[in-house]
Design a protein around this ligand. Structure first.
Ligand SMILES: Cc1cc2nc3c(=O)[nH]c(=O)nc-3n(C[C@H](O)[C@H](O)[C@H](O)COP(=O)(O)OP(=O)(O)OC[C@H]3O[C@@H](n4cnc5c(N)ncnc54)[C@H](O)[C@@H]3O)c2cc1C
Length: 398
């Protein structure tokens, strides 16, 4: 393969992997994108793409850029309006607005499942049902990805875009060095519907992208829209709640199944809209077990430019400043630029991947910033000193 054209193996068809694949395809660089899933996972949420939106658009073919509107929870929301209304932070106790972090360049709220489904169309070399289990390096300039079905794929460079608990990361570092840190907060993320009148009320008062609040009970709550399958029928609209609070008792520690009961026990003293919404939830609303896990990037050995990481695999963070998806797109954009430089003979693969890695690790400073933001949401008195007051939703650097 040494004299053959460059071939990239991308592990993980999440936001980062799909964006890399489109960018490479646009520049006629060979790739294979592999994904362990055969059907979409049931977990779903929205992300606010702000500063990375133009980068995503530059990687996609025009036919898909046109379809980005269909990836939104509310397909009638314009990017200008979403940018002007920004991210809304209220005081969870009084309900008053504390901060509106606007993004005048335009913001696109994207539902993660719709986004993956729409953006994976048009990729000519995407293989599902391939779970990476190991990497090997058969000779100079080559890397082999091994899968749980016994198959293998060879390329010149492999990029691990396989999410927060990345197997590629565990292959490049030791299990211990690659292990995520579990933050000491109870965490719930679950969807719900409401009767039409209540759904209309909630939709009319909540921020269309992000509506979140800290509360003196060392607690964070956010209300979000997940989907409007029929814009005219509010009883079809799906919302979701993200809630975290400082672990305070054994049940929180063990994350016992009575999650709705534990959430309701925390709702005393909350203002609307949060209070009423939790009151209105059906008693059998399912809430799955979840944890907040992060990973601070440490330098990895890229095996002479044959293996690297991007997105949550390289820097996993909490959603409290809404940066993970933006950074995943930035990584994808930078990686495609690096591969183009290699294709055009401007850099060796090793030089390009070394440079790319430096940028990824530097961007990983956001893991600590988001961790501080998470802590601040659970520290009501000091919340106004937190990163989001100084930085809004702008990138930290790079
Ligand atoms: C509730 C919530 C809210 C968020 N809100 C925001 C926000 O407002 N703004 C923002 O910018 N970000 C936000 N984020 C973060 C954002 O969603 C992530 O940073 C982003 O989706 C990461 O994309 P990724 O491609 O790196 O990883 P993932 O999306 O996790 O994709 C990884 C893919 O790799 C596959 N995979 C894993 N292991 C293997 C294997 N061994 N072999 C093959 N395939 C494998 C997985 O199946 C998956 O498809 C939020 C996250 C959450 C959970």
């Amino acid at each position: 393969m040494g004299d053959q054209p460059l071939h990239v193996i991308i592990v993980g068809a999440g936001l980062a992997g799909i964006a890399v694949a489109h960018g490479l395809q646009k520049h006629n660089i060979g790739y294979t994108l592999v994904e362990r899933e055969t059907t979409p996972r049931d977990r779903n949420w929205g992300i606010t793409l702000s500063w990375a939106l133009p980068l995503l658009e530059s990687l996609l073919p025009p036919s898909l850029t046109k379809q980005l509107q269909s990836c939104q929870p509310d397909t009638s929301l314009s990017t200008d309006s979403a940018g002007e209304q920004g991210v809304l932070i209220r005081d969870g106790f009084t309900g008053e607005i504390k901060l509106r972090a606007v993004y005048p360049g335009g913001v696109r709220r994207m539902q993660i499942q719709k986004t993956k489904r729409v953006l994976s169309t048009g990729l000519t070399n995407l293989q599902y049902g391939k779970r990476l289990v190991d990497l090997s390096y058969p000779s100079d300039g080559l890397v082999t990805a091994h899968f749980d079905d016994g198959s293998a794929i060879m390329g010149n460079v492999l990029i691990g875009a396989d999410g927060g608990s990345s197997k590629v990361r565990r292959c490049l570092l030791s299990e211990e060095a690659a292990a995520q840190e579990v933050l000491p907060y109870a965490f719930m993320n679950f969807p719900f519907r409401l009767p039409a009148e209540k759904a209309k009320w909630l939709d009319s008062i909540m921020n269309p992208s992000v509506d979140v609040a800290p509360h003196p009970k060392k607690m964070y709550m956010g209300l979000f829209l997940l989907d409007k399958p029929d814009l005219e029928k509010p009883d079809t609209w799906v919302f979701y709640i993200l809630v975290t609070w400082a672990i305070a008792c054994k049940e929180d520690e063990e994350n016992t199944d009575n999650r709705l009961e534990r959430l309701r026990a925390h709702m005393d003293g909350w203002a609307d809209p949060y209070k009423s919404v939790v009151d209105w939830l059906a008693d059998d609303t399912p809430i799955g077990a979840d944890q907040l896990r992060i990973w601070h990037p440490k330098e990895w050995d890229n095996r002479d430019g044959r293996a690297t990481l991007a997105g949550d695999a390289a820097h996993s963070m909490t959603f409290h400043r809404g940066q993970g998806g933006n950074l995943a797109i930035k990584d994808a954009h930078e990686f495609v630029k690096s591969m183009l430089a290699v294709k055009e003979g401007k850099m060796t693969l090793k030089q390009a991947v070394d440079d790319f890695d430096k940028g990824v690790v530097a961007r990983g400073e956001e893991v600590e910033i988001s961790k501080q933001q998470a802590a601040a949401f659970h520290d009501y008195e000091n919340f106004d000193n937190s990163p989001v007051f100084k930085m809004g939703i702008k990138p930290a650097g790079n």
